[in-house]
Structures are given as C-alpha cells and as structure tokens.
Design a protein around this ligand. Structure first.
Ligand code: AMP
Ligand code: ZN
Length: 136
C-alpha cells in the first residue's frame, strides 16, 4: 500500500466509496465523476502505477475481474454495451496513479463512445510506421 494513494486507501477501507464488489485481488466501485450511470472502476489492491508496471500475473488476474463486473453491470443496468478505458500517464488523461480500469456502460441511441479525435492516414505512412514498429 502506498501512503498518499487514494485508491490504496479506498481498497483498505480507510476512505469511503460506493463499492459494488471486492475480493482478495481487486475492488470495484462507482466513479465519483461518471461518464454514464454505473461508470465503475475496477482497481487491483496491489499498488502499481499503470499497465507497464503490472506483472503478467496481476494482469492475468485483473482482466477476468473486469469482465465479471462488466457482465454484472450489463445485466443490472439499462446497458447495451460498454467502453473499457485504462489511462497511462497524465498526457493520456491518467489522474490517479494507481492502475485501474474504467467500465463505462452505454445504451443504444445514447451519446456513444469516447471521443478520440482521428483522421485517415495515408497507406504509405502507415506501412512505413508499421515497419518501424514491427516487434520481434
Ligand atoms: P483516470 O483519469 O483514468 O486516472 O481516472 C481516475 C478516476 O478516478 C476519475 O474518473 C475520477 O473521477 C475517479 N475518482 C477519483 N477519486 C475517486 C474516489 N474517491 N472515488 C471514486 N472515484 C474516484
Ligand atoms: Zn495505490
């Protein structure tokens, strides 16, 4: 547990939250600033800053838990789909530096997905970048 971390404090029960589920690995609670009704955070108890700081065992444990909570929300809410969001770094919108997964419930005919500004790239530019980024 990290001393000045609000999500560690919530996981330890030291700060109140609207918790909907927990087990020995993770806690799920409602986001206090929701993008949609039922916007939920799934947060591992272990303090790691972001995705690149988590080991494979933690990630293998957390993803089925994200799915379990998402399935529950889909059953209980008016919810036709959902976004899973996980921000890494302040430039990517991360504001709490303890790994967490957002589940944002969505409804058909609702305001739709998260907005990521995008524009078409040229096939040549994509091919060049893919060549540079190719992994061994
Ligand atoms: P991120 O911007 O990806 O780091 O997400 C952090 C999220 O945590 C934001 O959506 C905040 O609204 C949410 N948040 C911050 N403090 C609390 C809290 N005490 N309880 C529930 N959600 C929180
Ligand atoms: Zn923490």
């Amino acid at each position: 547990m990290k001393n000045d971390c609000i999500f560690c404090a919530i996981a330890a029960g030291e700060i109140p939250s609207c918790k909907i589920w927990e087990d020995d690995v993770a806690v799920a609670y409602l986001d206090i600033n929701p993008c949609s009704p039922g916007h939920t955070l799934v947060v591992p108890r272990e303090h790691v800053r972001g995705l690149l700081d988590a080991d494979d065992a933690l990630l293998a444990a957390i993803v089925p838990r994200v799915r379990k909570v998402a399935a529950h929300l889909k059953e209980k809410l008016p919810c036709d789909g959902f976004n899973i969001l996980q921000n890494n770094g302040a430039c990517a919108g991360q504001s709490v530096f303890h790994l967490h997964f957002h589940i944002v419930p969505r409804k058909d005919g609702g305001p739709g997905g998260l907005s990521f500004a995008s524009s078409p790239a040229s096939p040549a530019a994509l091919q060049e970048l893919a060549a540079r980024l190719k992994m061994d």
